[in-house]
Write a protein that binds this ligand. Structure first.
Ligand SMILES: [Zn+2]
Length: 141
């Protein structure tokens, strides 16, 4: 497999992408994720407060356990949403830099169908698969 980038084909296939459509999608996704992020942030803070109140009253350990789990879940969601927000911002930057839709690993065009589902995708399906099989790394780049 050659990793030489074919600039001509990358450029011509990129011109098929309507940047405005993806820009709208990214802005829209950003609003949704930002909303969820705020929601979960509040939930995580509330769960934390409820926890310390309950712990102080030394009530059912089982209840405290499930509250801890809930908070863990909220925090996990929170960090995932934070990650997605960062990815969305980076995708918007790539749109502005005119290199949106190119796989960051191989430079190939990321499929439009994939971008429609995940407009902040950084890698083509092939490179994503390679990374998933190698603990998030791509040994070929
Ligand atoms: Zn790729």
């Amino acid at each position: 497999m050659t990793t030489t980038m074919n600039l001509d084909s990358a450029n011509s296939s990129n011109s098929n992408l309507d940047g405005n459509v993806f820009y709208e999608m990214l802005i829209h996704s950003r609003q949704i994720v930002q909303g969820q992020y705020e929601l979960h942030k509040d939930d995580a803070l509330n769960a934390n407060r409820e926890n310390s109140e309950r712990a102080g009253m030394a009530t059912h350990m089982a209840d405290i356990g499930s509250e801890n789990n809930r908070q863990e879940l909220e925090l996990q969601l929170l960090s995932e949403e934070g990650d997605i927000l960062r990815l969305i911002d980076e995708a918007i930057e790539r749109l502005e830099d005119d290199c949106y839709g190119e796989c960051l690993d191989c430079g190939d065009q990321i499929g439009e169908a994939r971008l429609m589902v995940k407009p902040y995708a950084m890698y083509c399906v092939k490179c994503k698969g390679i990374r998933e099989a190698n603990d998030g790394e791509n040994p070929f780049v």
